[in-house]
Structure formats: C-alpha cells, structure tokens
Design a binder for this molecule. Sequence first.
Ligand SMILES: C[S@@+](CC[C@H](N)C(=O)[O-])C[C@H]1O[C@@H](n2cnc3c(N)ncnc32)[C@H](O)[C@@H]1O
Length: 208
Amino acid sequence: LCTTQSAWSERFPIFQSHIDLAQSYWSKLVKSGDIVIDATCGNGHDTLLLARLALTADSGYLYGFDIQKEAIDSTRENLQSQLSLPLLERVFLHQRSHSNLVDALPSGCRPKLIVYNLGYLPGGDKAMTTMLDTTLQSIQQAQALIANGGAISITCYPGHLEGLQEESALMEIVCQLPAATWSCCHHRWLNRKNAPSLLLIQKSLKAE
Ligand SMILES: C[S@@+](CC[C@H](N)C(=O)[O-])C[C@H]1O[C@@H](n2cnc3c(N)ncnc32)[C@H](O)[C@@H]1O
C-alpha cells in the first residue's frame, strides 16, 4: 500500500498526486510578472510556489486569503524564510474569507491564476473547512476577475460531506459554462477511494 507521496511517485511516475498535477498546470500557465491569488493559503505551500512563479523584484503580485490567523501567520513565516525582501513586498495576505475577493483586491486587478485547495488543514480544526455557499460565491467572483487566458484551479476533497457537496455543486455549474468562453476539465483518480480531484477552468484568450 502506498501511504506517502514519494511512494506513489516511485510506483507511478506519470500518475502524480493531485497536488503535483495542479502545480504542473500552474507552472505552465503563470509567467513572471503575473498576478496570482491563493484563495486558501493554509500553511502556504501553494502560496510559495505561486510566488516563485509570478514574482520578480519589480513585477507581479500575489494575494493570499485564509480565514484562520494561524494559516496566515504560517504562510507569512513560510514565505519570509524562502523569499527575498523585494519579492515579499509584492505579497498581500488577508485574514478574511475568499467569499468577497473583489473588495480585497485593487480595482482593475486581473489575476492570471486563482487557486483553491478546498477543505480543512490536515491536522488542523476540521470545523474550519471551506463551505459550499462561500466557495460558490467566491468562484463566481473569480470567474469575473480572471484575466483572459487565465485559469481557476480547484482541488476538491469529496472524502468528507462538505467536500462532496462542494465538488458536486461545482461540477454542475462548470458543466454548464459556454464552451466558447470556458474550457473546463476534471481530473479524478478512478480507483482510489475518496481521493481528491482537480477541477480546472480556463477563460478564453478571446473572451469578451
Ligand atoms: C486544504 S487547506 C489549504 C492548504 C494550503 N493550500 C497549503 O498549501 O497548505 C484549506 C484552507 O482553507 C481555509 N479556508 C476555509 N474557509 C475559507 C474561506 N471562506 N476563505 C478563505 N480560506 C478558507 C482553511 O482555513 C484552510 O487553511
């Protein structure tokens, strides 16, 4: 039985984890100088990668959100230990819900990538999980904000009830999006019970 990430990678070199898979899409999409958003910072692992992809000493912005003070503190510490001061000055972390992204961002902000890693922090308070209503509110705003050619990346955790409801509701909405403007795909492991899944929604470069 594979219990760790490295054990999976050793046995299935092309079938990576949902995290590796998501990050490989981000790396392909995000260029230096882009605006990126981590809508669920947690311990800041994803935030750090987004910072490395988008920020230079004089270009790019990163906005991070989490409702928990511990998560924002931990993300800040993670970034401070890894990034230079000029890059850190381009990072804005907000301890607030992602349900109102618009009010926390400068007007005219057009992010290239918005990342959601839904659910709760592993080992943390399970009550502090993302919730269906606020997740849907946030994704709706993300769709309006995202730059043409940009994407929304959502990792879903259907192994718990709220996560299952989030995944089902998101799938229903995403399947209805017009194909001329949105390209949507869902990656899920077919023989790993309750495994996380990855939903990617990209806006056309030629969207009106
Ligand atoms: C699975 S964790 C994210 C892990 C993170 N990406 C990392 O690299 O460590 C989900 C996070 O979403 C946060 N969260 C829950 N509801 C939220 C909301 N409405 N707005 C922003 N963050 C929220 C939780 O506090 C938790 O830290």
